[in-house]
Write a protein that binds this ligand. Sequence first.
Ligand code: FES
Ligand SMILES: [Fe+2]
Length: 428
Amino acid sequence: MLKKEQSDLITLTGPGTPGGRLFRSYWLPALLSSELPENDCPPVRVKLLSERLLAFRDSQGRLGLIDEFCAHRGVSLWFGRNEEGGLRCPYHGWKYDHTGQCVEVPSEPVESGFCTKIKLKSYPLIEMGGVLWTYMGPADKRPPLPAWEFAQVPPANSFMSKRIQESNWLQAMEGGIDSSHVSFLHRGDLNSDPLFRGAKANQYNLKDSRPVFEVVESPGGLYIGARRNAENGNYYWRITPWVMPSFTMIAPRGNHPVHGHFWVPADDETCWTWSFDYRPDRALTQEERQAMEDGKGIHVKYEPGTFRPLANKDNDYLMDRAGQKAGKTFSGVEGIAMQDASLQESMGPIVDRTKENLVSTDNGIIMARHRLIRATKALMDKDVVPPGVVSDHQTVRSAAVVLPPDQPFIEAAKDALTVQAGKAHASV
Ligand code: FES
Ligand SMILES: [Fe+2]
């Protein structure tokens, strides 16, 4: 349970809010590289941290993320002409470069220099690992480039998707670090989804629905260990790293690719759920990639031409009551990603955390909230750089291991929890 002020501190992320300042400490995934496929391609609207922005790739391939609206009289530059090294407003022809600098006001005499005084707000946009990343904080605090392993492997080894989710970012993220729901919500999929099935460990998940959580602080956030019974008195551990503010990597299963998420606020009641899959040691197979494109695993099918899932709140997520009754799925919603999203959206745009009744399996969530609150206050009061900004904090891994009962997971799996280039994750 949180007090309302505590919940507001970490759920509200618009300009000028403490939570917004926290998110503005990091490089955030803003667009898929494929959304801006070539020079002078159409610009793309993107809403982040409650700001309406426009991304474009100019004639020289330079990337820009600027205010969506023209400084003249507020027209959306989404209608703009992307040509000759900049974006031209179609209303009266004012033109902006990739930094938001106005470079031409055709109605004014060139000698007046009027256009040099006009600059739209803009943020840097860089390309890495199939993602366009932005940093929305002060220029003098710009952090080192993203060091996440999935963004460093060859393109053939990874797959990234994004979808819009109709809930605040925090309740979505809390679902990502709540390993206990897997034994219930996703039980119908563990043995059928092509990106999950066949792992020996699935049976541990299905047989033991009372996991014991051990949560350990890491430099960038937490390692959340969920322990279930295995054979001969040993324990099956699923270890999920959470790195501030919103990165998680799900523990691997068998020889499947490893997946994880970022949740980035679009505004206070909507977030972008980013979902990656990768292998450090090999290219994804054709079947794996096809399954991801088909919306299996943690990915989804879309309403055509959008990033809105095909199963969504307006069609009751295509609820299948017969499938629910027959045990094909536990909740009646198809697909792991929408099973999560449907329930997280059902809580309302921002869940009321003053009314919860938390139990021991919520320990990861409780510790993550406190870490977020602490870091936000330290940033506001003392300008302390929050966890998760520096590269070392990002080079983490998830792991799935079977250990004897007397071995603490954080020591026994120490090597498995940090990046070892080219080597597969520890998995069962
Ligand atoms: S509104 Fe854009 S040029 Fe006039
Ligand atoms: Fe889930």
